[in-house]
Design a protein around this ligand. Structure first.
Ligand SMILES: Cc1cc2nc3c(=O)[nH]c(=O)nc-3n(C[C@H](O)[C@H](O)[C@H](O)COP(=O)(O)OP(=O)(O)OC[C@H]3O[C@@H](n4cnc5c(N)ncnc54)[C@H](O)[C@@H]3O)c2cc1C
Length: 330
């Protein structure tokens, strides 16, 4: 596959029949890219109960929506998705394929690229068209530097980090074409079976959508430190995140992890409590509007990225902060 030039194909992940925010953010990026290089924006959705998906994805910028509505796609399974997705890519012939940098997307993208015998760039933050070719920007060296990569083969497959793009304002009157895909999947070809799925209980605001995120690290001193963070999150309608070190010690669920190998957040306010500010962590929260940190070490790296910093013991500061917020709210 060497001469694909039909715009951008976006794989939009669906959860409970609704597109995830990252899918909508990638549609905005796809629109910007096709404005500069031409071609169409094709959105692809796999799942069940996708009756309104075509309309929604068109409103958010797709010219064409391909729906693969089938019970077998209700939950992500890379092996099940690949035959249909590879066929769709071959037929649409996009110059770029965008996939979310989520747990599913980082599983799917390299497999797709391998099948198509093309290259993949994971964890991209932006894409620009230079001399007609996509140039993908992403963090490297554990978040200490940025690199720009480009490929000679097409399509270029890229996974995009959440909150690096802003979704378009939906225009319900936008016209687009919606087609239903006939699956070519042979279920007997799937070599792995999912024997059990456990959904983690979602409490409060979703980490990526929260305007205020309170991140906890080893400086909290133990898992009980997260109780205070949860209390604050509840008071300010925020969400709790964590450093990898805190997750590794099981002080909080793994899903809290922010950073290079965790989730990416870009809230209005990121309150970092007892987090040293390693580049791996900052790769996931460095785009926050305002960072405020609490750390007992005045030389902690996190202070370099912080607008405000408090040097002190989090175990003394956090209860006082809770009390102050309660007073303000009253
Ligand atoms: C390939 C790779 C990927 C990684 N990916 C990630 C990632 O996605 N996310 C991530 O977070 N990390 C990641 N890491 C790990 C990262 O390098 C750091 O080790 C980790 O972020 C440190 O977590 P921390 O800040 O909680 O702990 P520490 O670095 O130990 O920092 C604890 C901080 O708490 C402060 N402190 C101690 N006591 C108190 C107190 N009583 N009150 C206030 N402050 C106190 C200390 O001064 C210190 O600054 C990755 C590492 C590698 C090698």
């Amino acid at each position: 596959m060497t001469d694909n030039n039909n715009g951008v194909l976006v794989v939009v992940e669906m959860v409970e029949s609704q597109p995830i925010d990252l899918g909508l953010e990638m549609l905005a990026l796809a629109r910007r890219l096709t404005d500069s290089m031409g071609g169409t924006v094709t959105a692809v959705a796999f799942g069940t109960g996708l009756e309104t998906t075509g309309e929604i994805l068109t409103a958010y910028g797709a010219d064409q929506v391909l729906i693969n509505d089938n019970a077998i796609f209700a939950n992500f399974h890379a092996e099940a998705w690949l035959p249909d997705l590879s066929k769709i890519v071959a037929e649409v012939a996009p110059a770029i394929v965008l996939i979310g940098h989520s747990l599913s997307g980082t599983d799917l993208a390299p497999r797709l690229a391998f099948r198509l015998d093309v290259d993949v760039a994971t964890g991209c933050e932006s894409i620009d068209i230079i001399n007609g070719r996509p140039h993908m920007t992403r963090s490297c060296f554990g978040g200490l530097a940025r690199e720009v990569v480009t490929f000679t083969k097409t399509p270029a497959v890229a996974t995009i980090r959440s909150k690096t793009q802003q979704a378009l304002t939906p225009m319900m009157e936008r016209a687009g074409e919606v087609k239903h895909v006939t699956s070519i999947l042979d279920v007997n070809s799937i070599r792995s079976r999912v024997v059990n799925r456990e959904r983690e209980k979602a409490v409060g605001v979703k980490l990526e959508s929260a305007k205020i995120v309170i991140g906890g690290g080893l400086g909290l001193g133990g898992p009980e430190g997260f109780n205070t963070l949860n209390e604050i999150a509840e008071l300010v309608d925020g969400a709790v995140g964590a450093s990898r070190a805190a997750c590794d010690l099981d002080w909080c669920p793994r899903s809290y992890q922010i950073g290079l190998t965790g989730r990416t957040v870009a809230p209005e306010l990121y309150l970092a409590v007892g987090i040293s500010g390693a580049s791996h962590h900052m790769a996931g929260c460095g785009n926050s509007k305002t960072i405020v940190s609490i750390n007992s070490d005045p030389d902690a790296a996190i202070f370099k990225s912080s607008r405000f910093g408090i040097v002190g013991n989090s175990q003394e500061i956090m209860p006082a902060l809770v009390e102050e917020i309660r007073k303000l709210k009253a």
